[in-house]
Design a protein around this ligand. Structure first.
Ligand SMILES: Nc1ncnc2c1ncn2[C@@H]1O[C@H](COP(=O)(O)OP(=O)(O)OP(=O)(O)O)[C@@H](O)[C@H]1O
Length: 415
């Protein structure tokens, strides 16, 4: 089994986020920047494990570890912290994030605006501004991205890690054709001629469902609808056969009628290229039924991580319960009562002592004022890697529906 990043409750001596040294990087980075123009990060699309693909239910594996073996890790983030010095003080945007992404897996990262979802993924992509102070480790197939040369980081980005941004209009260059931009994505990483790159671009447009792909290579971004532009972004993200796609709110800017189509296409393409996805969203509803695992972020830290069933049905962090209570259930046709979380997230410059969710939490007491809870095992028998950061996680375990803790006054007494 993949080693857990977190100790069990009551045991502080395990391999917690504070002991990153346990999992060694192989340290093969090209640190002197004199490596070849085309950087080799291993063979894309080969030797992958099927456990997170369409055959997941069958538990079939094709990786080197043999049939039935768990999928290998492709990305491991350990104790990542990112801060930005500003005139008003230091913004602690990410305060110790640790998580793992396995081959072909869909990891959903959810949280309210400002919780650090984008900053943590920008760190993985090496796209943070130079003013950002970063610590921790980001291991791509065992090699720490943060200690790679800039050149090697650039080689990784767009080749083995693809990115789909929220707004394709700002990510695409308006003065170049779609074909040129897709071909450039190939040419900047692979020693092929332009004709081959354009053929690949056409194949990718076809894959993402753009009709008359060859003719559309000559179109400019403004000639496409928002949904089509996002399909182009997906094509761009996967054109070099990445191992991981980071999709940051890929449907937020779109008309609600095309959101589901784009998500479906993203998953279809992910399976076609055998990639894993880190899907960032503020909407838990988006990842229900899509993600294999979910990471919930609050005030710059993961506060609950687990398999999707564990996080949705065996919720152990009040903030997650609050998020769940604030999404309408489709089948209820709007008749369900929504229980929004009151209040606002704390300032990331002056973090209050104790649990940052305390001022909004119906379970908060003195213990929550004293110390910020660690992310620890919930003792979940069905999901041993289910972890939550709450002093009162067991109170959530004791009720059938933890969103009840967020009952409004008109609904009567809380559990
Ligand atoms: N360059 C920067 N300088 C200062 N603060 C920054 C910078 N970039 C991000 N931040 C701050 O870091 C915090 C986390 O931002 P981030 O974009 O990761 O949030 P998010 O969870 O992705 O939210 P959203 O869904 O709104 O994008 C926010 O308070 C944001 O204002």
């Amino acid at each position: 089994m993949t080693p857990s990043l977190w100790p069990r409750r009551g045991s502080r001596s395990g391999s917690g986020p504070d002991s990153p040294g346990q999992l060694g990087a192989d340290g093969t980075g090209d640190r002197d920047g004199t490596g070849p123009e085309v950087l080799d990060f291993g063979p894309p699309g080969r030797g992958r494990d099927d456990a997170f693909g369409p055959d997941r239910a069958a538990g079939r594996g094709t990786g080197g570890a043999g049939p039935g073996a768990p999928p290998a890790e492709v990305l491991r983030v350990e104790n990542l912290a990112v801060s930005f010095p500003t005139e008003d003080g230091t913004v602690r945007a990410v305060r110790g994030a640790s998580y793992v992404v396995h081959e072909r897996e869909v990891l959903g990262i959810v949280g309210e605006s400002g919780s650090g979802k984008s900053v943590s993924s920008m760190a993985v992509m090496g796209l943070l501004p130079r003013t950002a102070r970063i610590s921790g480790r980001i291991l791509f197939r065992g090699e720490d991205i943060l200690t790679m040369s800039r050149r090697r980081q650039r080689g990784l980005r767009g080749l083995r890690i693809g990115m789909v941004f929220q707004d394709p209009m700002t990510a695409l260059n308006p003065v170049h054709t779609i074909g040129d931009q897709l071909a450039e994505a190939v040419l900047s990483h692979q020693l092929v001629d332009r004709k081959v790159a354009l053929t690949r671009a056409e194949e990718m447009l076809d894959l993402v469902g753009i009709p008359q792909a060859r003719a559309r290579l000559r179109s400019y971004p403004h000639e496409f609808s928002g949904g089509m532009r996002q399909r182009v972004m997906i094509a761009m993200a996967v054109i070099n056969g990445p191992d991981v796609i980071i999709a940051d709110e890929p449907t937020t800017a779109l008309d609600v009628t095309v959101q589901a189509q784009i998500l479906e296409k993203l998953l279809e393409v992910k399976d076609a290229v055998n990639a894993a996805i880190v899907l960032i969203t503020h909407d838990l509803g988006v990842i229900a039924g899509i993600a294999h695992r979910v990471l919930v972020m609050y005030a710059g830290r993961p506060v609950e991580i687990g398999g999707t069933d564990a996080v949705f049905y065996r919720t152990r962090m009040p903030y997650t319960a609050g998020l769940l209570g604030s999404i309408p259930a489709l089948e209820s046709a709007g008749t369900d009562r929504l229980r929004p979380i009151g209040g606002f997230p704390p300032s990331l410059i002056d973090m209050p002592a104790g649990c940052p969710f305390r001022p909004r939490c119906p379970l908060a007491d003195d213990a929550c004022r004293q110390a910020e809870p660690d992310l620890l095992s919930t003792g979940d028998e069905d999901d041993p890697d289910h972890v939550a950061a709450c002093h009162h996680w067991d109170a959530l375990a004791a009720v059938p529906d933890p969103t009840e803790f967020f009952r409004t006054e008109s609904e009567g007494k809380r559990p």
